[in-house]
Structure formats: structure tokens, C-alpha cells
Ligand binder design. Structure first.
Ligand code: 0L1
Ligand code: MG
Length: 252
């Protein structure tokens, strides 16, 4: 593979749970195109592809990590946490949790001009989710190409029960993130690029550049709606989204 060195550095960080300096320190010419190539080369090291994640789609996230444009990453079987399954903090480096609106795709969708309306038409259900992010970089610091190469900090995710999207205005649904029973952040669906379906449409258009698209049955995390909250063993995180319900994640 073209980027064996970068891929093995990131793999070692992930499997040994030891952060590495950001790739751009070692490879100053790292650009976005190369970063997506490095990301794609890592897919083979995970389970089967189950979907995609948007990253850095909200102002709160952009301010938190100093990256000012959306990115995407892949989701594989290894990223899934089942309902009620705890997050084992020691399996990660610096886990952080954030609330997401999760799309469950009902039919294949691809193309360079896909719209939010088409995304909603192809969606079988939407659900509340919690994404667990984990940067493989020292001090959770990175440039945009660094974080793309690191699969948009994908760690784990848990999804609640989907409901049909029809009749919901996903811009207006309220979002509450709780940690240990305290409300730590609030938002509405519009925090993700103005409309979560618009964020998914952006993803589809980006995937078209590499001849890919969404497949029926895949999930898409449409972007963290608040800043992400660092978690430790013993924490309990609850994400609640109006009309979609709540999902809880215990950390141990
Ligand atoms: O899902 C996200 O918005 C995260 C993208 C990468 C930045 C981070 O680790 O917070
Ligand atoms: Mg996220």
C-alpha cells in the first residue's frame, strides 16, 4: 500500500493505546487528499463497513478542535457498541462523547449532486446516538489532514431505536447531553451544517468523488451537535433528542 508507514503508525497507536505525534509533524507535506488515502487504507484492518460518520459539522465542534470544515470517516463492525454495553475506557486513549442524529439508510444513494431532500427520501429511520471519539494524537491536537488520516477520531458508537424521519423537522429537535446526571451541553439539530440531512448530503457528494455512496442498511452519524465531553471510568453519559428519545452509555 502507498502509505504503509502512516497506516502502521496509526494502527500501533490504536492497538497499544499510546498516542503518537500528529502525522503532519513527521510528514509536513501531508495534504487532505493524501489523508483520505491513508484513512481508506486503514479500512481493511477493521470489520466489515457498516456506515460513515460526519465530523466537525457544528460550530461547537469546530471551536473545540480548531478545524473549520466538515470531514468524514468510515464505521466498521469494530466501532459498534450495543445498547447497554459499557464503554471500556482502558481500550481507548482519550475518549470523548458527543450526541449525534443517526441516519439509517433505507436504499442505496450516490451521486455528486445529491440533496438533503433526497437523503430524507432514502432514509429508513433516524435515531439518537452517542459517538465516542478517540484521537490517536498526543494531547488531542491535530490539523485537518491529521484528523482525516486518523479516521475522523472514530472510536465507538451506540445507537437508539430508529423512528421514521417523515414529519420531523430535524433542524428543530432539541438535544441535551448529560454527564453524571448534570446537563453539560445543549443544542438543536440545526447545529450540524444547518440540517443533519444536509450534512449527510455533503457526505454523499464527497463519496461520489471516489466512486462510492451509501448502501441500504448503512448508518450515518450526521455530526456531533455539541462539543464532545471527555469521559472516565465510572461516568454515565446520556444523550436525549426530542422525538428520538434517549440513549445511555456507562463507562467502566
Ligand atoms: O465526529 C466528530 O465531529 C469528530 C471529528 C474529529 C474531531 C474530534 O475528534 O473531535
Ligand atoms: Mg461525531
Amino acid at each position: 500500500m502507498a502509505h504503509d508507514v502512516e497506516v502502521s503508525m496509526l494502527r500501533a497507536a490504536r492497538t497499544e493505546r499510546v498516542a503518537i505525534p500528529q502525522l503532519s509533524d513527521t510528514f509536513p507535506s501531508l495534504d487532505l487528499l493524501t489523508a483520505y488515502e491513508i484513512q481508506a487504507e486503514q479500512r481493511a484492518g477493521f470489520g466489515p463497513l457498516v456506515g460513515w460518520k460526519l465530523g466537525v459539522t457544528s460550530r461547537a465542534k469546530q471551536q473545540q478542535v480548531g478545524v473549520d470544515a466538515p470531514i468524514y470517516g468510515f464505521l466498521a463492525g469494530d466501532h459498534v457498541l450495543d445498547l447497554g454495553e459499557p464503554l471500556v475506557v482502558a481500550e481507548h486513549i482519550s475518549p470523548r462523547c458527543e450526541p449525534e442524529i443517526v441516519f439509517v439508510i433505507g436504499r442505496d444513494l450516490s451521486g455528486a449532486h445529491v440533496t438533503a431532500t433526497e437523503v430524507l427520501g432514502a432514509t429508513a429511520g433516524v435515531a439518537v446516538g452517542i459517538e465516542v471519539l478517540d484521537s490517536r494524537y498526543t494531547d488531542y491536537r491535530f490539523t485537518m489532514p491529521d484528523v482525516v488520516a486518523d479516521n475522523a477520531s472514530a472510536g465507538r458508537y451506540v445507537v437508539g431505536t430508529p423512528v421514521p424521519p417523515h414529519g420531523l423537522d430535524l433542524r428543530l429537535v432539541g438535544v441535551v447531553l448529560e454527564l453524571g446526571g448534570e446537563v453539560v451541553a445543549t443544542a438543536s439539530g440545526a447545529a450540524s451544517l444547518g440540517h443533519p440531512a444536509a450534512a449527510v448530503a455533503w457526505l454523499v457528494r464527497e463519496l461520489a468523488a471516489s466512486g462510492e455512496g451509501l448502501r441500504a442498511g448503512e448508518v450515518v452519524l450526521s455530526g456531533g451537535l455539541t462539543a464532545a465531553v471527555p469521559v472516565s471510568a465510572g461516568d454515565v453519559v446520556v444523550a436525549t433528542i426530542d422525538r428520538l428519545g434517549s440513549v445511555e452509555l456507562a463507562c467502566r
